[in-house]
Design a protein around this ligand. Structure first.
Ligand code: SF4
Length: 280
């Protein structure tokens, strides 16, 4: 059996950076909290909890000992006012917003300063988009997934870092056709990690007889890889853990492709490869 593993596997740059820093902080400090999930992956969460890192999910429900604790802001970023609130309520705040996400926030902020209205292709309720809106002028941005017409002198179209490039291109060209403006800037702000993984998902799905996509069931980027793979190869399966492979008959399969989301730990990938290599 031949196994083809995607070249980009495991945590992406932003998640790896936040994960390592969280572990480092937990080694030196007693009370470390993360606001929200670091990644949508249960085994990663369990591991962090086992290293004495705790989680809280609402600003209305802060840990009782917050004044003696460190609060970590995860890679997606958060609105400025929430960050200030955390700063006032924790001993210290460590902002681990991914630098690529931060760059998009800054870009949108600067474009607004130049008089542009921002149209962001993304999911309104996604943490990164909530963070974007909360770091710029909320009245001069609209986040949406379906193109519509706008009427502004200066219009700037950007995208959530994890969206599909071809869909973004269609979205931007539809808005360009439908809208009235004097100046239009279209800026592709999709993260390179997303682009590479999605391109490979297609290539690997075409090459393979069977594709295994490893990652949390709530991880939207893993689900997206699964959808891409499924489009080109009906024998695609999205698993959270190696246990889900136990009852699949791989004996006739000669080419297996493996893809992983940006929040999938290396441990889960290793377990799957070892399982496949052991043979049947
Ligand atoms: S997917 Fe890209 S932008 Fe998002 S956290 Fe990872 S490296 Fe940063």
């Amino acid at each position: 059996m031949e196994i083809r593993l995607a070249s980009k596997i495991g945590f992406c740059y932003g998640v790896e950076r936040a994960y390592e820093k969280a572990l480092e902080l937990a080694k030196k400090n007693k009370n470390v909290y993360i606001y929200g999930d670091l990644v949508h992956n249960n085994s990663v969460k369990d591991e962090l909890v086992s290293k004495n890192i705790n989680f809280f999910y609402s600003l209305n429900d802060l840990p009782e000992n917050s004044k003696e604790a460190i609060c970590i802001i995860r890679a997606h970023g958060i609105p400025k006012k929430d960050k200030n609130f955390l700063k006032n309520n924790f001993k210290s705040v460590v902002d681990l917003t991914c630098p690529i996400v931060e760059k998009v926030f800054n870009y949108a902020y600067n474009m607004q300063k130049k008089g542009f209205f921002i149209v962001a292709y993304g999911k309104k309720d996604h943490a990164e988009m909530i963070g974007l809106k909360g770091n710029i002028d909320e009245k001069k941005i609209e986040i949406l997934k379906n193109a519509k017409s706008f009427k502004y002198n200066k219009l700037c179209i950007i995208t959530q870092t994890t969206m599909d490039y071809n869909n973004f291109k269609d979205f931007a060209s539809q808005i360009a056709k439908l809208s009235e403006y004097n100046e239009l800037v279209v800026k592709d702000t999709i993260c390179y990690e997303t682009k590479i993984r999605e391109k490979e998902a297609k290539d690997i799905a075409i090459w393979s007889e069977f594709v295994i996509i490893i990652g949390g069931k709530h991880s939207s980027n893993t689900r997206k890889l699964y959808e891409i793979s499924k489009k080109y190869n009906n024998n695609s399966i999205h698993i959270d853990s190696v246990k889900e492979l136990l009852y699949i008959d791989f004996s006739r399969i000669k080419k297996i492709g493996i893809l992983t989301g940006t929040s999938t730990p290396n441990k889960s990938i290793k377990e799957v490869i070892e399982f496949l290599r052991r043979g049947f």
